[in-house]
Design a protein around this ligand. Structure first.
Ligand code: NAD
Length: 452
């Protein structure tokens, strides 16, 4: 649905009001379109750490222009599209001043919708003063996300020491975080090499179609976020098997036919649903590479008024069904090596929400599902989740006006996200080079003020 405030504020009168009354002034976010350059401009590099070589290799493989010892740009010159700082060389709190030395002179040389990425060492993998300093990076990047402005974003990527010789995961992650694909992701902490993830990443030769030859299951694919996930995975080369309830059959067929994909109509909570999905996948494709558990429902009521069915059905669709389907596919060895399992959580599962004890429990459970599975998977199979914030869909269009406006504006980008923002995040997890990206929960929420 459209954001009328955003349209109004972009008129000359709206801009005047925004300036004088201090109203939120949401920038029109740049989003990726197929065929466009991944990063439309130069990225300035800084810092003195162990990732210098991998960083350059990764950016070169993506075709991203980069420069070291960058100077502030003069009036009229093109501005930097991104800043990447390798902070892995910072081993004590005194060393944190290096961040200020690099960033402050360049902050006014950033273009609109620019990207900041700080690379660090996972604090839990080091000790003493280094651990303190590396943990401090989180406060730095989260604050920068709140002040960068003009549609810019800032993230921290912790790269485990054992992953530094494998630029593939760094490439797929930077390809996402430096490009317009991460338009609505900010203030996030990503871990590469977490949970002892295998580094058996596949080479990606064509970054515009990294999923060529892959098969993806998307539940709830007939509309909303699920439809966009299907579209983006198809754009990246995957064959998509869309699943939805029988009542949504015609919409589902329309989507999957357009994408030359396949469809299966069933209720994922059905007793035999996991076996039916497994059998379909086995017969049609022999296996699956990407499983996206997107289907979800809300049955909001305060706990005092909650009906038993409203509670149970929300847990059944959002949490138990993804668990059962995953277990069956893994048991039958249908998830291929270097496969991807992706859950769709919610910021409600992190911060809690009034009237959503059932929904928030189910979505926090999705995060638990990622945590518990990430350590157990082998063969390069990963599990990660997205936690969307306010995304413009039929679900959020039904929210009362005042609550909707608060939900939209209470984030660093002062606007709601689009289904495609969630889909792009999932496509990054799905990338065959993202093998070391395991056990992550990334919020797609424009750095919403709610929750951690
Ligand atoms: N829209 C948001 O702002 C937002 C925010 C956070 C999380 N999410 C999550 O994102 C996911 C998609 O949300 P959406 O806004 O696109 O919702 P939506 O209601 O538009 O789409 C959900 C889809 O899931 C399908 N589905 C529901 N129950 C099913 C079942 N038992 N079996 C098979 N299919 C079933 C529906 O038919 C529908 O096609 C959900 O998991 C939701 O909880 C959405």
């Amino acid at each position: 649905m459209s954001d009328r405030y955003q349209s109004l504020i972009h008129t000359p009168v709206g801009q005047l009001l925004a300036k004088h009354l201090g109203l939120p002034n949401p920038v029109r976010l740049e989003r990726y379109s197929a065929g466009a350059p991944l990063v439309d401009g130069t990225v300035a590099l800084g810092g003195d750490g162990r990732l210098e070589k991998s960083l350059v290799t990764a950016l070169d493989s993506l075709g991203v222009a980069h420069v070291r010892d960058a100077a502030p740009v003069a009036e009229g010159e093109p501005r930097y599209k991104g800043l990447v700082f390798d902070a892995t060389g910072i081993t004590s709190s005194e060393g944190l001043v290096e961040l200020q030395r690099f960033f402050t002179p360049l902050m006014r040389s950033l273009g609109s919708c620019s990207r900041v990425v700080v690379l660090g060492t996972p604090p839990e993998s080091v000790h003493g003063a280094e651990r303190v300093a590396q943990r401090a990076l989180e406060g730095f990047t989260r604050s920068l996300g709140k002040e960068i402005g003009r549609g810019g974003t800032a993230q921290l990527v912790y790269v485990a020491p054992e992953s530094q010789e494998k630029p593939a995961a760094l490439a797929s992650t930077l390809g996402f975080l430096l490009s317009p694909k991460s338009a609505y992701v900010s203030g996030q902490v990503v871990r590469i090499g977490r949970h002892g993830a295998s580094d058996a990443a596949e080479e990606v030769t064509d970054w515009t179609r990294p999923l060529d030859g892959k098969v993806a299951i998307v539940t709830g694919a007939s509309r909303g976020i699920g439809e966009q996930i299907a579209r983006v995975l198809h754009r990246d080369g995957a064959t998509v098997l869309g699943i939805d309830v029988p009542q949504a059959a015609s919409e589902l067929h329309a989507v999957t036919n357009e994408l030359d994909g396949d469809h299966l109509t069933l209720d994922i909570t059905g007793k035999d649903a996991p076996q039916r999905i497994a059998q379909h996948v086995k017969e049609k494709f022999g296996g699956v590479d990407i499983v996206v558990h997107n289907a979800g429902i809300t049955r909001d009521k305060k706990l005092a008024n909650m009906k038993a069915d409203g509670f149970a059905s929300t847990i059944a669709v959002n949490l138990t069904a993804p668990e059962r389907i995953t277990t069956e596919l893994l048991k039958q060895k249908l998830v291929r090596p270097n496969g991807r399992i992706v859950g769709v959580a919610s910021i409600a599962g992190i911060a809690g929400n009034l009237g959503q004890t059932n929904y928030a429990a189910s979505k926090a459970g999705v995060i638990g599902f990622v945590d518990s599975l990430a350590d157990d998977l082998d063969d390069g199979i990963t599990v990660n989740a997205v936690a969307p914030g306010f995304i413009e869909t039929k679900m959020t269009a039904a929210v009362p006006f005042a609550t909707r406006e608060v939900g939209r504006r209470l984030n660093s980008l002062s606007q709601g996200g689009l289904p495609v923002d969630v889909a792009e995040t999932i496509a990054w997890y799905a990338n065959p080079a993202s093998t070391a990206v395991n056990g992550n929960v990334v919020r797609v929420c424009g750095q919403m003020m709610l929750g951690a």
